[in-house]
Design a binder for this molecule. Sequence first.
Ligand SMILES: *Cc1c(COP(=O)(O)O)cnc(C)c1O
Length: 356
Amino acid sequence: MKKIYFTPGPTELYPTVAAHIENALHEDICSISHRSSRFKDIFKATRDNLKILLEIPDNFHIFFIGSATEAMERIIENCVQHKSSHLVNGAFSERFYKTALDLKKEPQKIMASFGNGFYEHEIEIDADSELICVTQNETSTGVALSPDFISRMKRRHPEKLIAVDVVSSVPYAALDYKFLDCAFFSVQKGFGLPAGLGVIIANERCIQKAQSLQEKDFDIGSYHNFPSLLKQAQKCQTSETPNVLAIYLLGKVCADYLQSGLSEIRKQTEIKSVALYEFFENHPQYKPFVKEESFRSHTIIVSETISESSSMISRAAKQGFIIGSGYGNYKNRHIRIANFPVHSLDNVKSLLVYLR
Ligand SMILES: *Cc1c(COP(=O)(O)O)cnc(C)c1O
């Protein structure tokens, strides 16, 4: 039986990926030199497709790294001398905050409880903070912060840098890059690709901040510090031998998404998420975990379960529906369902028929 992975990540592979991998093998993508003009063409194609797809302005650079977790470390190293401020409402925003602690910064932690988001008027960013870190879609709880919320934070704090984790909402989230300085993601979620590639999207201000820290003799890391990443990216290259196949595949799936059209992808995402939330609202065995509707993620849908979720998850697996468990302490009390472009309306409908 063909299984469908509704897990938050890794998730189901996007349907075109198998053919793209076959083409890549046919074209010897895994053997070409990362200094060759063919690699530079791949780098450029992926970068350009991403910029078009996500409407990224010209003053932003695209860097290819290992993972989203790496992105957190690189951003703190390169954008913070002493203090970053973190909106923490789940496991991934907590990881971003802990990264700053590990790097010996003095981060500010602004907390909301699991399953909650943030209200602007409740947030006080310390005056000496250099960087505001926001997890736009908290995968552990299914809470999303609106793109507008992020733009308003930037308007309130134009002098500070803002970094946004969009790992589990890209490409759905309609972020306005004029009102942020840095965003990052990895590819095994919304792009339906094998794991092993992270992407940082950073503007000139982030580069300048890194350069000023470097001039002051702060440790901003080595081959993946922003000035090195930029120097290589300007040549359409990377310092190390990169995951060429992953960069190639990301460019191809971006092209597929451009073909479908992002507005259509967004529309479909909302149709599917409305169906999922409606089902969980009305079924006696389930209840959406996020109570405040405006905080409900369209890409990660989390439901409480009346009985232990582990047994229903293994029953569903026997029918080919692979569903995410709850995160951390909620492992056995929640299910998490990814609603990415790879998950068709038909997939979601058959899942709901099964759950009903
Ligand atoms: C999955 C995830 C990460 C970590 O991604 P990796 O590629 O495993 O490093 C970070 N933030 C969020 C919101 C995530 O969902």
